[in-house]
Design a protein around this ligand. Sequence first.
Ligand SMILES: [Ca+2]
Ligand SMILES: [Ca+2]
Length: 188
Amino acid sequence: MDMFEGVGRRSERSTGHFLNIGQHSLNGYERKVLFRNNGDGTFTDVAYVNGADRVEDGRGLSIADLDRDGELDLVLRNYHQPAQLLRNQGGAAHWLQLVLVGTRSNRDAVGARVRLRAGDRWQTREVHAGSAYLSQQSLVQHFGLGDARHADAVEITWPSGAHTTLGPLDGDRRWRVVEDGGVEAVGH
Ligand SMILES: [Ca+2]
Ligand SMILES: [Ca+2]
């Protein structure tokens, strides 16, 4: 997966300006970074070319596909500065999203582990409650498929210990999967 890291330093409460504590600062006017997963164990910072290298005093971060176009967007919560929405206007890569509904497990399926294979590439995601500082990411599990139009296999391990195996599943769709139940497309 790709990673976004919000860094910043405390701004003065009344003016919103950054405090200048000179060389005593453990951080500084750091710009935020957005790491692209190169798929070979390395990452490249692509924040500048994507306009994500913000300098506000960041705190919370939520990642969700807010406009349902298959691209993950970012919501940043800043300290004494307005929140920001970084809307992803990326490329034409394929994707697949899963909404997990627990029955024997908790309804949001928090704790579930999902493995997805597209071609020879495996990806793993886990459903978390609380994903960043004072923040919650979407419970919809998003997988980038790259050039693949579908997922060959999806394996879900539910918190109850139950297993669900699916596939192939068409990409560029959101699928709803019920524990001990069926799977249905719930949107594009
Ligand atoms: Ca989006
Ligand atoms: Ca978009």
